[in-house]
Design a protein around this ligand. Structure first.
Ligand SMILES: Cc1cc2nc3c(=O)[nH]c(=O)nc-3n(C[C@H](O)[C@H](O)[C@H](O)COP(=O)(O)OP(=O)(O)OC[C@H]3O[C@@H](n4cnc5c(N)ncnc54)[C@H](O)[C@@H]3O)c2cc1C
Length: 408
């Protein structure tokens, strides 16, 4: 059988996918095809009518929509073959995908495939929220898409659920479109976003309720009120919408039916230090790996994986066995989740990215073949990246393990 005509097929035209495509073209890879299901490139940045985007990659502060246009212009200038309105619906065989587009359904094969399909906020159904089911219970990304693409503001007095960075983006979108949140609630004892941005609701006079959850939603057609629960206390609050912010999950449905390996802590693909999956012809980059990071982080990661794939095409597919990284609660995720003693001179990931499930104080340590090689004591917060350098000799270790010891 003759080798596929396409060198690298990239699924997803957000910052990670575009950056991977640019890196591949820069490395002289001839045929790079970028598939995007939407009509334009840019990914989640397109509907962000706010800054800051582009600081790492363009050394400028851009609004999300301008940043998306810049990515599209760069891809076209670099000679990337961009196919918008192309949805990948299935992985098919070792390095093929089934694609649906206005042209119909077709199978595309490539020498390598990079998945960069991003992440999305957890919607109502997956949060198992009780109550009636009126319209107006949406995520930040949906709200921003309504506003940016359709000029529609679906409510005036929403409740904001969550306090991550994206929750502050939700507040700004509301205020800039004549809506004023009635309150922000957070289930934990502290707000998730970093200071000083987490002070935003206080500065704007928006009531903040910590250790509070959404117990019920009222309203037949439109949202009329919600019941909030703080400890044992229940109270009804009038509002006309519920904005579900954060709790990002990888857009990784493609992996459900593919024998590629999935991370226990994120349900995203499990990769090695080059961004490679269990099937060595497949790679992944960006928010599909974990949930949320900034656009600049996703771009940088996409570029690094693009460079790794270019090296891999020259070397031939990896044959080494991947050694999984072991960890247990409160560590909920380690990316990369495996290491291979691969021959690539420049790995895409030089640090492990860890996340913890809840606020803890103690020592996180890295052990290779049972011997501690790194440790740090601190207070660790959920939804914050923890970076641990990957020692060169970790690639040849037989066991790689992160441990946690609580210390008050
Ligand atoms: C509401 C909101 C506000 C944000 N604000 C900021 C900010 O101010 N600054 C900042 O730096 N970052 C911000 N971010 C984060 C930033 O947008 C993301 O980090 C970045 O877009 C992630 O890039 P990505 O390429 O990994 O994924 P995405 O940007 O999500 O791109 C993934 C792409 O894959 C496509 N896709 C998915 N599945 C398929 C398929 N099966 N077939 C074909 N295509 C597919 C999607 O349509 C999408 O275009 C924000 C995110 C959100 C949601």
């Amino acid at each position: 059988m003759s080798p596929p005509e396409i060198d690298v097929l990239i699924i997803g035209g957000g910052p990670a996918g575009v950056a991977a495509a640019l890196a591949l073209r820069q490395q002289g890879i001839a045929k790079v095809v970028l598939l995007e299901r939407e009509a334009e490139l840019g990914g989640a940045t397109r509907h962000c009518s706010h800054s800051p985007f582009g600081m790492r990659e363009y050394h400028r502060v851009l609004f999300g929509s301008a940043y998306g246009r810049r990515l599209a212009a760069d891809a076209s200038q670099a000679g990337v073959e961009v196919r918008t309105q192309h949805s990948v619906v299935r992985f098919d065989g070792a390095a093929s995908v089934l694609v649906s587009s206005p042209r119909g359904v077709e199978t595309l094969s490539a020498k390598r495939i990079i998945t960069a399909t991003g992440a999305r906020e957890t919607p109502r159904a997956a949060r198992l929220l009780a109550g009636e089911r009126p319209i107006g219970v949406i995520t930040t990304a949906t709200l921003q898409a309504y506003v940016a693409f359709h000029g529609l503001m679906p409510f005036r007095r929403p409740l904001i659920v969550g306090s991550e960075l994206v929750s502050m983006s939700a507040i700004l979108t509301c205020l800039s479109h004549a809506a004023r949140p009635v309150a922000l609630i957070e289930a934990q004892s502290h707000l998730m976003a970093r200071a000083p941005i987490r002070w935003l609701p206080h500065l704007l006079g928006i009531p903040v309720h910590r250790q509070t959850t959404l117990a019920d939603i009222w309203g037949r057609e439109r949202v009329e009120a919600v019941t909030l629960q703080t400890g044992k206390e229940l109270r009804k609050v009038a509002c006309d919408g519920v904005l579900l912010t954060g709790q990002f999950i990888p857009e990784a449905a493609l992996f459900l039916n593919a024998p590629c390996g999935v991370q226990q802590g994120s349900a995203g693909p499990l990769i090695d230090q080059d961004g490679r999956l269990a099937n060595p012809l497949h790679f992944a980059a960006g928010n599909v790996l974990r949930g949320i990071e900034t656009g600049g982080w996703a771009f940088r990661e996409g570029r690094a994986v693009g460079h790794a794939v270019a090296q891999d095409l020259r070397n031939g597919p990896a044959r080494e066995e991947a050694i999984p990284v072991a960890y247990a609660a409160p560590i909920k995720l380690v990316v990369p989740g495996a290491l291979r003693n691969s021959l690539l001179a420049l790995p895409a990931f030089t640090t492990f990215q860890l996340r913890v499930s809840h606020r803890v104080r103690g020592v996180i340590s890295l052990h290779l073949d049972g011997v501690p090689v790194w440790e740090k004591q601190a207070q660790w917060l959920p939804e914050r990246r923890i970076l641990v350098p990957i020692p060169a000799r970790a690639r040849s270790a037989r066991t790689i393990e992160f441990r946690f010891q609580e210390k008050c």
